[in-house]
Design a binder for this molecule. Structure first.
Ligand SMILES: CC(C)(COP(=O)(O)OP(=O)(O)OC[C@H]1O[C@@H](n2cnc3c(N)ncnc32)[C@H](O)[C@@H]1OP(=O)(O)O)[C@@H](O)C(=O)NCCC(=O)NCCS
Length: 180
């Protein structure tokens, strides 16, 4: 398997992977979100990574630009969405995509990566509950899913002096994307 940055010619196939992974109910909305983010100047810089086996796309992850309202100079990114083809899940592909993404973003000087995702999945990559640290999501996260809003610091100690609200790209700045 290889992981590389997606190019325009990959779009149709990677959207198909996302749609299959998220299923009939959520899939179309996720496709709309990705198309929106890819054409949104406020989402840049972004990182769109695909996993391929035998030249077939089997996974995709997208990271887009965000900001902290208390420190607009800090480079931060939001991870959303992540998807692996249903028949390829639980084989470490999602993990490889997240790890590779974090590695590339660290190299680019990104300081924090946020995600609204499965609280059992992301801690293995160093994500911690963000609300507890005083870092709030663009929309109020209900108490029942507070553990799903997480942050990963790219160098140790960064989180100890930071609080604030995350401002995300326009295309994902809608309440329906913040309900998990
Ligand atoms: C979530 C997802 C991206 C994980 O990718 P993957 O390649 O299957 O995951 P990996 O093989 O790296 O890791 C497997 C682990 O993820 C867990 N996992 C898989 N799907 C999960 C889910 N929907 N919720 C929580 N944990 C999940 C597995 O239980 C397994 O845990 P374990 O290592 O403790 O046994 C993939 O299952 C997927 O595309 N799901 C549908 C789309 C989705 O829900 N995306 C949102 C992610 S926030």
């Amino acid at each position: 398997m290889i992981i590389r940055e997606a190019v325009k010619a990959d779009l149709k196939e990677l959207l198909n992977v996302e749609e299959q992974a998220f299923g009939q109910d959520e899939g179309p909305e996720i496709v709309k979100l990705i198309n929106g983010l890819l054409s949104d100047p406020t989402a840049r810089p972004l990182l769109s990574l695909i996993a391929l086996r035998d030249e077939k796309i089997i996974g995709h992850v997208l990271f887009t630009s965000a900001q902290l309202d208390t420190d607009s100079e800090l480079d931060i990114q939001l991870l959303a969405p992540l998807a692996v083809l249903p028949e390829e899940q639980n084989r470490g592909i999602g993990s490889r995509l997240v790890e590779k993404g974090l590695q590339i973003l660290t190299r680019k000087g990104v300081k924090l990566v946020f995600v609204l995702g499965h609280p059992n999945y992301y801690p293995r990559f160093g994500f911690k509950q963000a609300g507890k640290l005083g870092l709030e999501a663009p929309y109020l996260i209900p108490e029942e899913i507070a553990a799903a809003w997480m942050v990963r610091e790219m160098s140790p100690g960064l989180l100890s002096n930071l609080t604030g609200n995350v401002l995300c790209a326009d295309a994902i700045n809608r309440p329906e994307y913040w309900r998990e």
